[in-house]
Design a protein around this ligand. Structure first.
Ligand code: PGA
Length: 268
């Protein structure tokens, strides 16, 4: 039985209808990566002024912009998130930032285990699991990223890889409020290449089933995002794929004009 929860705020992953039916709200999450200076605040002002849709909107800028963006977006439908956090609460970790610091700066979400962090910084599934726990302690929703390399896809081990990443990167205690999972095939990130709709459906259906086996009914409501070269031209068809509850968007989230089209397609 799927639990029906009331809509309580902008972070609420459900939308409900008068008949008591509900469905997952889609999430348009922008990952700005290492892009954006103060001049980019104009983009966020434009986004914040757009008419609201049914789609939840999140921008994860570099950490230097989180506070300013959160101030701009206060009382608007746009939420601000971060791209990483340390697993510890505080301490001697030069250059690192804790989940609590991000929360205080105004972040509501944090992306964890992006393949660029797994690759550039050697992050393991276990470290991502610990970071997710840190995010939860600071009342941040974790967007845990998983995805196969091109070689793994060619070898036919995609589902094994995704299954292992889900098992080891997500801690016990996941709920639809504290967890979002993003499927991002590494070979599709920033390349303009995307999997077939059938391949996306296969992975997303697999992720739903895997999470349901582990977490039971609550897994039906955990949002599963697709990421990797999503753009205004392909968002509508990807959004229609089974168990795709939104997108994690890099390049096409940097300009408000492009991202607005993605938000509007996901909000349909
Ligand atoms: P892309 O990046 O949309 O530029 O491919 C997505 C991501 O890495 O989150």
């Amino acid at each position: 039985m799927i639990q029906i929860l009331p809509v309580t705020g902008p972070k609420e992953p459900y939308k409900t209808y008068p008949e008591g039916e509900f469905m997952r709200r889609k999430l348009a999450a922008g990952n700005w990566k290492m892009n954006g200076l103060l001049a980019s605040l104009t983009e966020i002002k434009t986004l914040a002024s757009l008419p609201q849709t049914d789609c939840e909107v999140l921008i994860c800028p570099p950490v230097t912009l989180i506070h300013a963006m959160a101030e701009i977006c206060q009382d608007t439908a746009v939420l601000i998130g971060a791209q990483d956090c340390h697993a510890a609460e505080c301490g001697a970790h030069t250059g690192d930032i804790s989940a609590q610091m991000l929360h205080e700066a105004g972040a509501k979400y944090v992306i964890l285990g992006h393949s660029e962090r797994r690759g550039d910084h050697g992050e393991s599934d276990e470290l991502i699991r610990q970071k997710t726990l840190a995010a939860w302690s600071a009342d941040l929703t974790a967007i845990v990223c998983v995805g196969e390399s091109e070689q793994q896809r060619l070898e036919g081990t995609t589902l094994d890889i995704i299954g292992a990443q889900l098992a080891a990167s997500i801690p016990d205690g996941a709920t639809a409020e504290n967890l979002v999972v993003a499927y991002e095939p590494i070979w599709a990130i920033g390349t303009g290449r995307v999997p077939t709709l059938g391949d996306i459906a296969q992975v997303h259906d697999f992720m739903r089933k895997t999470l349901s086996n582990r977490f039971g009914d609550i897994a039906a409501n955990v949002r599963l995002l697709y990421g990797g070269s999503m753009n205004p031209g392909n968002v509508a068809e990807i959004s229609g794929v089974s168990n795709v509850d939104g997108g994690l968007v890099g390049g096409a989230s940097l300009k408000a004009q492009d991202f607005a089209k993605i938000i509007s397609a996901l909000g349909q």
